[in-house]
Write a protein that binds this ligand. Structure first.
Ligand code: GLU
Length: 296
């Protein structure tokens, strides 16, 4: 592949400011793009208005700038692209691959629990297809799901996973992350996605949707999550500290910590400015890591 065509992205949801874990994803995606002479784009994934925090988008862009990570193209906001998502949803509806579902998460969870399976709070559950088999009556408001033929297994590198009919639009009208991310990765011609291992279970769903919409599939890499001392994922939900270092020294300290987490070997005597640190890190990433980040 001609790596000058590399197009990568960092796509934060503005549910809060970046913490060390989300910044690790930003840096890994930036390094992989730069080490491949590629383009790196920031996209703000703010379609879920029930979760977006006021000012978080601006705050995230300021944080990234502080760390020297600047989008090579105009930052796009998903909240400005609702009509596009609607158009694709209509086209899928015309293909007859969508149905309405009135099931709550609780109902699906209970079904699995009765089978003796434990479901974790943010786990993507494979939908057992109740409303596909027994459609709710037309009056019931519901989410829209895509129909995946039974026992479909999507294979991509380490992924080999049953997908299950997943949601494209929620009952409250919000388009799903899966739909919007697939449309935008295609719209922005993304060739490489580098993101956290917590999103790896979404990848087969996204690949499936790309196939239905006849989009290309980017190369995916998932980086290991930064964990807190008790072994839990750092997240905005569990109040991970936002990164807002005041001094260059503190920023370099954060960058060094992330480099270590990503398994990047840098010389002990690291550069003293952010731009030269990034310059060395790109070189190191090119030699040691490019397209070869450990998978989660
Ligand atoms: N917006 C998603 C998040 O912040 C990430 C999207 C992606 O990288 O695919 O969790």
């Amino acid at each position: 592949m001609d790596l000058t065509n590399y197009r990568g992205r960092f796509a934060p949801s503005p549910t809060g400011l970046l913490h060390i874990g989300s910044l690790a994803t930003a840096l890994a995606s930036w390094l992989d793009a730069k080490a491949s002479n590629g383009v790196w784009i920031v996209r703000i994934e703010d379609i879920d208005t029930t979760r977006a925090q006021p000012d978080a988008s601006e705050g995230i862009l300021n944080q990234l700038a502080r760390f020297g990570l600047i989008s090579d193209e105009k930052v796009i906001f998903q909240s400005n692209r609702i009509p596009v998502y609607q158009q694709y949803l209509n086209s899928l509806q015309e293909k007859g691959v969508i149905y309405t579902c009135g099931c709550s998460r609780k109902k699906i969870q209970n079904y699995y629990e009765e089978l003796g399976e434990i479901i974790f709070p943010h786990q993507e559950i494979v939908y057992p297809g109740f409303c596909r088999r027994n459609p709710p009556n037309h009056q019931t408001p519901g989410a829209l799901r895509i129909k995946i033929p039974d026992n479909t297994i999507v294979n991509q590198q380490w992924l080999n996973k049953e997908v299950g009919d997943f949601i494209l639009q929620r009952a409250d009208g919000v388009f799903s992350y899966q739909l919007a991310v697939v449309i935008d990765d295609h719209y922005q011609n993304i060739t490489h996605v580098v993101r956290g291992a917590d999103l790896a279970t979404n990848t087969p769903r996204q690949i499936w949707l790309q196939q239905v919409l006849e989009f290309h599939t980017p190369t995916y890499r998932h980086i290991p999550l930064v964990l807190d001392p008790t072994g839990n994922k750092l997240s905005k939900q569990n109040k991970a500290e936002p990164l807002w270092p005041q001094t260059t020294e503190a920023i370099l300290g954060n960058l060094a910590r992330i480099a270590e987490h990503l398994g990047l070997n840098l010389p002990l005597d690291q550069p003293k400015t952010i731009s030269s640190w990034l310059h060395y890190a790109v070189k190191a990433w090119r030699d040691q890591k490019r397209l070869g980040i450990p998978t989660g």
